[in-house]
Design a protein around this ligand. Structure first.
Ligand SMILES: C[S@@+](CC[C@H](N)C(=O)[O-])C[C@H]1O[C@@H](n2cnc3c(N)ncnc32)[C@H](O)[C@@H]1O
Length: 260
């Protein structure tokens, strides 16, 4: 089975808190994305890497009793309870298992592709799962915009090891900046995107999310040369409202499968 660095089994309570924060920050962006696409009654939707299931639920409300949502993930423990006559939940490894093709009005992937080593291949399969004229919606961050002002050495060292650690784990920490090009490379058309960034105080949901991500990766980061006390300090800086921090930039993108 594919290794996912942040699997729930690794640290269930911490990962569930992380997924809740992730949803708190990204759900408002997803609502705008689904509004822009016009997801409607009767649509057939696929939510891949559905995680805690907030988007699966949103989609199910929008498609109504005549539509359907298929939610897939390596780990369905937070999704199983959502299964209804319109939501189907499947345990599925996107790196090795096939998806239904030409089948969905919308294929949705949030904060998934950046984690996958063969992300362009997966994106091509997701594009093929959409019907001709159907939509692919994706959200991914660009972590390279993160900056503390004024900065300090503990922060710089910890952040540098964080980037090394995630790269070694197969992530692309700047995938958000590449997402639109990748959607085109996968053969999709009508690519549109919004980029969301902010400069603000520590302690915001997105910065607390980053702090919990550092905690989840602590052991790996220490193995890559990070100092555990400096990780504590970096987490404190991210959560301290007296600090000014540039957040990751989030790319909120949509594209269509060509009709011919
Ligand atoms: C960062 S979470 C995002 C969850 C959800 N999309 C959201 O935005 O709320 C990434 C999810 O992708 C799933 N995942 C990672 N690799 C996967 C794979 N190869 N196949 C299926 N799901 C995968 C993880 O289990 C996790 O639930």
């Amino acid at each position: 089975m594919t290794e996912y660095l942040l699997s729930q089994q690794g640290s269930p309570d911490l990962e569930r808190s992380r997924l809740r924060l992730l949803q708190e920050f990204h759900d408002p962006l997803t609502i705008c994305q689904l509004d822009a696409i016009g997801v409607d009654e009767g649509w057939r939707c696929l939510d891949v890497g559905a995680g805690g299931g907030s988007v699966t639920q949103m989609l199910s409300e929008r498609v109504g009793s005549t539509g359907s949502v298929l939610a897939v993930d390596l780990d369905t423990s937070l999704l199983d309870a959502l299964a209804t006559d319109r939501i189907e939940v499947r345990r599925h490894d996107l790196l090795s298992e096939p998806l239904p093709q030409d089948a969905f009005d919308l294929v949705h992937a949030r904060l998934l592709l950046m984690h996958l080593p063969s992300r362009l291949q997966v994106l091509r399969r997701l594009a093929g799962a959409a019907r001709p004229g159907g939509w692919v919606a994706a959200i991914d961050p660009d972590f390279t915009t993160v900056a503390l002002s004024p900065t300090n050495l503990s922060w710089e060292r910890t952040w540098s090891v964080f980037c090394d650690t995630v790269l070694a784990g197969g992530w692309d920490p700047r995938y958000g900046a590449r997402l639109c090009g990748e959607l085109r490379a996968a053969g999709l058309v009508d690519v549109q995107a919004d980029y969301v960034a902010s400069l603000g105080a520590g302690g915001s949901p997105v910065l607390r999310l980053l702090s919990l991500t550092l905690e989840r990766l602590r052991e790996r980061m220490v193995a890559f040369g990070a100092d555990s006390e400096e990780i504590d300090e970096a987490r404190r800086l991210l959560e301290d409202p007296t600090n000014t921090i540039t957040s990751p930039t989030t790319c909120v993108a949509r594209a269509r499968r060509a009709t011919a």
